[in-house]
Design a protein around this ligand. Sequence first.
Ligand code: SF4
Length: 544
Amino acid sequence: MSEIHEECGVVAIYHLPTGPVSPLAPAQGREEVSRLIPRMLLDLQNRGQLSAGISTYSPNRTQLLRTYKKIGSVSEAFHQSNPGKFARLMDCLAGRAAIGHVRYAPENQIDRDFAHPFERSHIKKSKWFTFAFNGAICNYSELKQELLADDASCFAREADSEVMTHFLCSAIKTYDADLFEVCRQTTKKIDGGYALAFMNAWGHMFVARDPRGMKPLCYAFDGSFFAAASESVALFNLGFSSEDIKNVPPGHMIIVAPDKGVEIKEFCPSSRAAHCFFEWIYFANAASVMDGKSVYLVRKRLGEELAKLETTPYNAEDSIVVPVPDTSKAAADGMAYALKIPCLEGLMRNRYTGRTFIDGGETRKRKAQTKYTPLPQVLEGKRVFLVDDSIVRSTTMRVLIDRLRKVGGAKEVHVRVPCPPILGPCFYGADMSSYSELFATSFMLRHYGLDGVTCSEDLSMKWNFTPEIEEEMAQDLGCDSLRFLPMKATSEAIGIPPLWLCSACVTHEHPTEYGCKLAAKALQEFKLCMKETLLDVPFQKKED
Ligand code: SF4
């Protein structure tokens, strides 16, 4: 599935100058652990391929902090296919502490200026800092207006990192090198989800996770060697054991400093966790463990839950389960195993079609056509249960169903989705920001309309997803049947109660105040937009 994107991943690493050198440090020793950053970022490449960047700290050079960032995947940005260039870059950036970042972004923000980390130099060590974050600030517009009310302030770019920079600067002005207060003050007014990594020219670092734990962040340390990352796979591949890797609890930060070692502190009390449930469905690397739950095993269980709901007659001779590569593989395996029918790769993904942002004028439809190849040798004459992790705009799904039949020769195509239909936008970092772009929304609209609806809570009360709507959607997509997994079964498969998950794009229940406000605004825009179209005409198939 390629219609939804997460918008970043962060990593941090530190080898403190005291104590024995960790066996996990690179061959060059503790002063050059920054060399491990590209490897960590590669493990998070699923979270963004637009740009990659690094900031390092070394007391052994005049330029205490040094930042390098470039548009491209990790291997492109760090010139990993050119050993000489890569080695020179790593020599130049060598340091005992480093933070790194990978980024996905919409097409209007592909400039290097938007890439993280952001370094702000200063002749005072506490004021010279660099930071990177994964997430989104929901009250960005309000905070921006507030900051710009002061004539002396300006924004260099239209991005929430600007708000973060302003708040960091003003917190440092008051609290200097007290990183606990710097983090507390910086995040005090921020409404949203984030995982933040910060480092100053004293060589003091902190990583912090938002009070709802919406964005993932984990850490591990071995004596004087500390590492943190958006996903556990990056720490596991450094050599930390599964037992060593812990989640940063919501509203907590970890400070790492030569004089204090590693300290974990709560910077903001958390009233309730709201982990993004889509991490387990789609965003995260299948090898990661998020908030104690293995992504792979959750996906496998989601498939088993789908199998429990299966009512279409099937048999092992002519029925197969086919995953849409790659994130749906575990769910498809789980479903097939439970149904006792084969799980076969009837769709091959072309890994070399290029990243989203270089596709320029290509339409989503064209991209979907070039990205997947149906295999007639597997599909011919088969009843196919096609498992895809979600349907956002439906463009990709329409193309796949059509090609499974016409090119692959499948006799039936039954689409199975291991999560509920997406009915609302996300304001916490995933790139779905309007109601009108969502496939499932148009069907709910036809059935329930928007009369009397003023906020997203109204939608959650009114928009009841039924088998009839599912059937209409199947007809519209051109498949023989369609089934989504209800939220209850989804949260059971994840193993976390629904109250501790964010599922706002499905339930309309936004876990933060400004998330609700943005949803109300988006709803208002949607209503205006719908007034200009005829609601009772058959729904148009969207190409883009
Ligand atoms: S709205 Fe959806 S995609 Fe966004 S954070 Fe919540 S669950 Fe995740």
